[in-house]
Every structure is written in C-alpha cells, then in structure tokens.
Write a protein that binds this ligand. Structure first.
Ligand code: NDP
Length: 402
C-alpha cells in the first residue's frame, strides 16, 4: 500500500537549469556521498525525491536540508513518524514499496539507485520504465535481474551510469567506438581486512574484524561482502551485464592501495585505467555531471606520497565466495539471483551472531547446490519470477540455518 499523495513534479532539465536528482537509499553511505556532491553544487543539482527504509530521522534531516519535494520510507510503519518529522515543511511524504517506486518514477534527470540488496530491483526498474536515467550503486539489482534492467535501459536509450567505483572506472576508459577491440576488463579489489590471513583465521573472524574495511567506510552489508570477497564476485556479474563480456574476459586483481579502480585491456596491448582516491563521491560526481565533467569537492591523491602500487592474484581457496560468484556467472540462468539471496541471508545471520564468518560461504554454496540439484536455475522471464525465486532461495537459506 502506498500512502503518498501525487502532486506532479516538473522535470527541470531545461538548458542551464539545475539537474533534478532523486536518491533512493538516501540515508545510507552512498546516499551520503550523493547528497554531499549535490549540496556542493546547488547551481548544478537540485534534489527531487529521497527514500530510506526506516531511518526517519536521517531521511527527514536530509529532505529538509536538501529542499527535497518528496520523501519516502519503505517501511509503512514509519509513515506517521516521517509525517511528523516533516510537519510544517513543504515536502510530500510517502510510505511503502509502492511509494518508493513512485519516488523512482517521478520525472528526474538522474535517479541514484543506492538501496542495498534485492530491495533495489523494483525501484530500479520503475525508474527506467518511467524514462529516468539511472546511476546505479545497487549492484544486487544487476546481479538478480541484470537482463531485465539492461533491457529497460536499452529500450530507454540511456546507459546505466555505474556508481560502483570499479565499474565507473571502466565506464570512463571504455572506448565505445572500439568495443570490438576490448580483450578484457579488470576489476581491482582491496583484498579486504583478511587479505593476508590464513583460511582458518578467516573462517573464525569476528564481526568487528569483518566490519573493518582497509580503505572505505560503507554500509555493513557491502563491508562484510568485501571481507568475504563476495563483493568482488557480485561485481563480476555486474560487469558482465554492464559491459557484455563473458566470465573468461572479466578479471580480478587484488590492489590493496585501491587507487586504480578498474582497467580495460585492448587488442593492441594498451591497458587503460582510471585512478583516484578511494572516495565514493568521485564516481557519484562523475555520474551526476556525465557526459560532462564538473568540479567536485572530493579527495585527491599524491602519486609521490603513495609511491608504490602493488598487485596480487585473488585466492579463491581462502575466499570461496569469489569462486561461487564466478560459478553463478558462468552457469547463468537464475543462479546469480540464488547466490545473492543466500548471501543476503548469510550476511544478516553473521551480523546477528548466528553463524561464523566461514559459514557465509558454506550457506551460499549449500543453497546453490540445492537449487542446482533440483534443476531450478532456469532464467527468469519477468520480474515476478525474479522476486519469487529470490523469496524461495531466502526460505531455503533460512531453513538450512535452522
Ligand atoms: P547502506 O546500508 O549504508 O544504505 C542502504 C540504504 O538502503 C539505506 O538508505 C537504507 O535505508 C535503504 N534500504 C535498506 N533496505 C531497504 C528496503 N528494504 N527498501 C528500501 N530501502 C532500503 O548501504 P550502502 O550505501 O553502503 O550501499 C548501497 C548500495 O550501493 C549497495 O548495493 C552496495 O553494494 C552499493 N555500493 C556501496 C558502496 C559504498 O561505498 N557504500 C560502494 C559501491 C557500491 P535505512 O537507512 O532506513 O535502513
């Protein structure tokens, strides 16, 4: 049930007028980066709609500070609190998943998809179906429903702008006119907090240890995914959808400094890379200004101070989630969706202290095996099938946890 009212929101993409930006997942870590870039250039960007799940206080603060027109919480039980927090302000309020989709669909120049997890699938599709360009951080939407999302973007005729730093790097050095000469794409990985740990130590790592990312401060789900390297696995699947390359031409290289974010190798032997500080505001700024570039108050690097870049091969033996994601990518069909659902349940269980860190990969593998054994990994033809399978994989994962 949506509780939003529906006053129209005019699109302000007239030449010279600020671009109107909606931020889904505005109360999160990527949401913070987005709102910071927007606030830094009020002449260029203006907030349209903002959404959160339950964090009413942060959403209301952001909506008031940014002059948003529409603020939405996904959790309907938070409607009254949000309404109260925004009383006296000229900001429409909505609640429920329909309202989040409405926020996504309101006319905007760019919708930033920064919801975490499969909850971002429908809002991403709603934004595209309404004709809005999407800047996507929510990699799970591509992992679970990549074919559907890419088909909508193609129909719209506007590329998905990647917010994920690796995919943004690739986007920036991807020569569209020479796409046939691309031999491979390389995603860099920090290696996470357990890069140098042995397998047994990783398996029994604590929540606090797993939440300590060496370079980035991010939401808890992606931080755990980075520690298990599932994040890099999800990014391989994301890159496959964004850039259309098969698994054997998508490579991962561990680069602990995380200054080089992604590379594209061409048939003439050239390797083009994008470098920058590990600061999510940089890819966000790139998306918002695209196809132009605009000044942004982001972190800078000194190559002389960094002095050394190092690279290592990833180790799927110590980080089995990377192997599982590769398997899901290569098997295709719905296996990436199943992998993602099982991983979301496993990460939540780890953060709740219900399973050990090593249990994350074990649970994901067991759920994938279960679906493969039953032959239930065929491609989903529509979003209802994607969501049904997501729910079914979550139920199997929860059953195994019990
Ligand atoms: P956070 O956990 O910090 O924020 C998640 C956002 O999604 C919050 O606004 C949250 O609302 C909202 N949300 C959570 N559940 C739901 C739901 N069921 N329905 C609607 N909204 C919901 O995550 P991050 O910002 O770290 O990550 C967001 C996405 O971006 C993820 O897909 C991640 O993989 C990707 N990403 C993140 C990077 C980073 O640096 N953080 C880098 C690259 C990609 P509430 O606060 O109310 O819970």
């Amino acid at each position: 049930m949506s509780k939003s009212s529906s006053a129209g929101t005019p699109l302000e993409s007239l030449k010279g007028a600020p671009k109107s930006i909606s931020v889904l997942g505005a109360s999160g870590s990527v949401g913070d980066s987005a709102l910071d870039i927007i606030a830094g250039s009020p002449d260029r960007y203006q907030v349209n709609a903002l959404s959160a799940n339950r964090n009413v206080e942060k959403l209301a603060r952001a909506a008031i500070a940014s002059g948003a027109r529409f603020a939405v919480v996904a959790d309907e039980s938070c409607y009254g609190d949000l309404k109260q927090a925004l009383a006296g302000h000229d900001i429409e309020v909505g609640a429920g998943s329909d309202a989040v989709e409405e926020a996504a669909a309101r006319p905007a120049d760019i919708v930033i998809g920064a919801i975490v997890g499969a909850a971002g699938i429908c809002p991403t599709l709603a934004a595209l179906k309404a004709g809005n360009q999407v800047a996507l951080a929510n990699k799970e939407a591509l992992v679970c429903a990549g074919d559907l999302v890419m088909a909508e973007a193609a129909r719209l005729g506007k590329p998905i702008l990647p917010v994920d730093s690796e995919h943004s790097a690739i986007f920036q050095v991807y020569e569209r006119d020479n796409r046939d000469e691309i031999s491979e794409i390389v995603l860099t990985a920090s290696g996470g907090p357990f890069r140098t740990w042995d397998k047994e130590a990783i398996a029994s790592a604590s929540i606090e240890q797993a939440l300590t990312h060496p370079n980035f401060s991010m939401g808890s789900k992606i931080t755990i995914d980075s520690a298990s390297m599932m994040n890099k696995g999800l990014e391989l699947i994301e890159a496959h959808h964004l850039y259309g390359l098969p698994s054997d031409r998508l490579k991962v290289v561990v680069h602990p400094q995380q200054i080089i974010h992604g590379l594209v190798a061409y048939s003439d032997g050239s390797l083009l890379a994008q470098l920058g500080a590990p600061d999510m505001r940089i890819p966000v700024a790139h998306c918002l200004a695209w196809p132009e570039r605009a000044p942004a108050n982001t972190d800078r690097i000194s190559l002389v101070e960094i002095a050394q870049f190092t690279f290592e091969a990833p180790d799927s033996e110590r980080f089995p989630c990377l192997r599982l994601a590769r398997l899901a990518l290569e098997t295709g069909g719905s296996l990436p969706n199943i992998l993602n659902a099982a991983n979301e349940i496993a990460v939540a269980a780890f953060l709740a202290g219900e399973i050990a860190f090593g249990g994350i990969a074990r649970l994901v593998e067991a759920v994938m095996d279960d679906f493969m054994r039953r032959g239930e990994t065929g491609a989903a033809g529509n979003v209802s099938d994607v969501l049904a399978l997501d729910q079914s994989a979550r139920a199997v994962a929860r059953g195994m946890l019990r």
